[in-house]
Design a protein around this ligand. Structure first.
Ligand code: ADP
Ligand code: 2DT
Length: 212
């Protein structure tokens, strides 16, 4: 009999909400409890496309806005065969940012509709759970200054937050808002609980297609 598939679990949220911290902790906790799990992040800066994106984010290069949006999407699509293979092998993937960041960030730029921004990612593997780490700008500010990369400004992050709120109204995606202002351990407990639930459910249902 084929083994039960792993779950596709995504963490989203604004800058400094704790995504990277929590992805690491979740993967470690799942592995410790005997559940195969691996971390991924988008953009994946290690591929040829990812290096173009990384140079853009570091402001070492300029790219036209539509072009870079499509590169972010292409960076996800190029990883789809690997993702599907791992999920089929029963490995749960814990992903730091996905198509939701793609749509939220580009649509926060002038002249971009959310609808247009979602299109290139239609049909990607659909996450079994998307946890949105909710943190107010004031609380994020207590966690340190903005970095020096593109998009790391208060005005832009506020616009991105509003776009995430629109995306979360879509009931075709299983969203879970997480209060990211709690302690690292408390947030971890919340995230682990929701993830174990999603892993159990995913075992018995096929992987879906995003936004179809
Ligand atoms: P993100 O990946 O969402 O930008 P990080 O995981 O890199 O966020 O965390 C940003 C900063 O906030 C780091 O210095 C991290 O140690 C700290 N941090 C993360 N989670 C919490 C928390 N629950 N409470 C306080 N500080 C946190
Ligand atoms: P980090 O590597 O620190 O997460 O920053 N972004 C991300 C987009 O504009 N589009 C996307 O599709 C994705 C996945 C968010 C990456 C930055 O790139 C933005 C912050």
């Amino acid at each position: 009999m084929a083994c039960q598939r792993g779950a596709l679990i995504v963490l989203e949220g604004v800058d400094r909400a704790g995504k990277t911290t929590q992805c690491k902790m979740l993967v470690q906790a799942l592995q410790k409890s005997g559940r195969p799990a691996e971390a991924m992040r988008f953009p994946d800066r290690t591929t040829t496309i990812g290096r173009l994106i990384s140079a853009y984010l570091e402001k070492k290069s300029e790219l036209e806005d539509h072009t870079v949006h499509l590169l972010f999407s292409a960076n996800r699509w190029e990883l789809v065969p690997t993702m599907k293979k791992k999920l089929e092998q029963g490995i749960t993937l814990v992903v730091d940012r996905y198509a939701f960041s793609g749509a939220a960030f580009t649509s926060a730029k002038p002249g971009f509709s959310l609808e247009w921004c979602m299109k290139p990612d239609v049909g990607l593997p659909k996450p079994d759970l998307v946890m949105f780490l909710q943190l107010s700008p004031a609380e994020a500010a207590l966690r340190g200054q903005f970095g020096v990369e593109r998009y790391e400004t208060r005005v832009f992050q506020n616009a991105v937050q509003q776009k995430f709120e629109l995306l979360m109204k879509d009931s075709s995606v299983k969203w879970q808002v997480i209060d990211a202002s709690k302690s690292v351990e408390e947030v971890h407990r919340d995230i682990t609980g929701h993830s174990l639930n999603a892993i159990n459910i995913a075992e018995d249902i096929p992987l879906g297609q995003l936004w179809t």
